[in-house]
Design a protein around this ligand. Structure first.
Ligand SMILES: NC(=O)c1ccc[n+]([C@@H]2O[C@H](COP(=O)([O-])OP(=O)(O)OC[C@H]3O[C@@H](n4cnc5c(N)ncnc54)[C@H](O)[C@@H]3O)[C@@H](O)[C@H]2O)c1
Length: 432
């Protein structure tokens, strides 16, 4: 069945929470550079990937962006919030991800993108001391102020639609509690200013959904991953996606673990450690923020390997994840994996991965794709958790009935089949 897709007319406002961060500035600069013809959108499915339409024999592989009505990069308008007042040009110079030549290519545009004051509470990100923050810490007032920001931005920039993406710091670990389980109890807790269970990120998410703007959670924060938000997004008919961008080490895991399972090879242990020296690394050096990340990173292997179905292969895995803040490396993370695998008749073998990656370079194209696809989902009339976007996320959100899908290639098939369905093409099962 073909969906009626509202056309991508007018401007799309892209509001980034954590606008001055390494990921955000790299995302904004790269997108502006691509649309000026100064760079290539490497890593972006929306900009580069093709999609097979029809039977194999038809040999028809158009680019996704040529057959799916995505918003044109020229129609994006950037804005957002940060706890520091620097414009994106200054922020990018501080982040030291991109070199001067690349930043200067779009300097004038970057100078004009200044963050709005943030909704921030230092108890939730202990290592940061923000100066550019909204005065109130009252959760309901903060939410109202963010809603006003979204409306004002939309009006000032003559935007047709807005998408909000969280690429701000990881908050401290927050387990789901009773108040998160329904919209009524959640709103009550906000109005009672329960600062202990309503994270600032939840204020952004609630505000965004209330304003009809899709919300994407790129950090492992609980935020959207609660029944109250699922209920609200269904009520307001707004798509939501999260959580935690799937970039370096976890992307490798979601490729290697399915390989082991497909070949029925066993696993004894998986030790992952990495060093990174950017601000994200500094925030994650705080045990409470690290806990949020650790939970997100640990969930992957068990869900892929299904130890309950294969106790002889995966019944006793030792899985450890470490993140070490090491300033000299800045954004250029190095991640090591030691994987102890088991073969025929129980003979042990080892796999070693040394991934010298650049965190923000891997995350930026994901931001672009998530923004464009969430906007597409809104125009298609899809709402609630967008499971088809799990491909981009380390801890794909799911309701209580469904188990998450972590396998990168199954996720990719789901993404493409969803696109095929949207444009009235046959989904593909690879039997032809
Ligand atoms: N780069 C990756 O590969 C990757 C992968 C998965 C998740 N992430 C997550 O993406 C996020 C951003 O990463 P980064 O390297 O850009 O970090 P960063 O520290 O450079 O940027 C985060 C920005 O958020 C701002 N901020 C913090 N709290 C805020 C609030 N309440 N409101 C508005 N702004 C706020 C900070 O001032 C900072 O500018 C982190 O949570 C990180 O864990 C990154």
């Amino acid at each position: 069945m073909k969906n009626e897709i509202k056309p991508a007319t007018g401007k799309l406002g892209v509001l980034v929470v954590g606008l001055g961060g390494a990921v955000s500035s790299t995302f904004v600069i790269g997108t502006l550079a691509v649309r000026k013809g100064l760079s290539t959108p490497i890593g972006s499915i929306t900009q580069l990937a093709t999609i097979r339409l029809g039977k194999r024999i038809e040999n028809n592989f158009p680019k996704i962006k040529d057959v799916v009505p995505l918003t044109d990069l020229n129609d994006l308008v950037f804005g957002g919030w940060d706890i520091f007042p620097e414009d994106v040009y200054e922020a990018a110079c501080h982040a030291e991800v991109l070199n001067e030549k690349d930043i200067n290519g779009v300097k004038d545009e970057l100078k004009a993108i200044k963050p709005m004051p943030a909704a921030f509470d230092q108890n939730w990100v202990k290592r940061l001391h923000g100066t550019h923050v909204k005065q109130s810490t009252n959760r309901w007032e903060l939410t109202e102020a963010i809603r006003k920001d979204i409306r004002d931005f939309k009006e000032a920039n003559k935007c047709d639609r807005v998408v909000v993406i969280w690429a701000a710091s990881t908050e401290i670990y927050l387990p789901m509690c009773e108040e998160h389980k329904s919209l009524a109890t959640f709103e009550k807790a906000m109005k009672e200013n329960r600062e202990d269970i309503i994270a600032p990120s939840m204020c952004y998410a609630y505000a965004s959904i209330a304003e009809g703007a899709p919300f994407i959670m790129g950090a492992p924060n609980l935020c959207l991953d609660i029944p109250a938000m699922w209920e609200f997004s269904a009520e307001k008919k707004v798509p939501i996606a999260g959580k935690d961008f799937k970039t370096g080490q976890t992307m490798m895991k979601t490729v290697l673990a399915p390989m082991l399972k497909t070949r029925m090879l066993g696993l004894d242990g998986w030790f992952s450690t990495n060093i990174l020296g950017n601000r994200d690394g500094e925030v994650l050096d705080d045990p409470d923020s690290f806990k949020t990340k650790e939970v997100s990173k640990l969930s992957v292997i068990d869900t892929i390997l299904q130890p309950e179905l294969y106790p002889e292969l995966y019944g006793n895995i030792y899985h450890k994840v470490r993140i070490n803040y090491y300033p000299p490396r800045k954004d250029n993370k190095e991640g090591w994996d030691n994987i102890d695998i088991v073969g025929w008749m129980g003979y042990p073998m080892q796999l070693k991965v040394d991934f010298l990656c650049r965190d923000s370079i891997l995350a930026a194209p994901l931001c672009l794709d998530l923004v464009l696809f969430s906007d597409l989902a809104l125009r298609v009339g899809m709402y609630g958790i967008q499971e088809w976007l799990s491909f981009y996320l380390k801890s794909p959100m799911h309701d209580f009935e469904h188990i998450p899908e972590h396998d990168l290639f199954i996720q990719y098939t789901k993404l493409k089949n969803t696109l095929r369905k949207m444009i009235g093409e046959e989904t593909i099962d690879y039997l032809d």
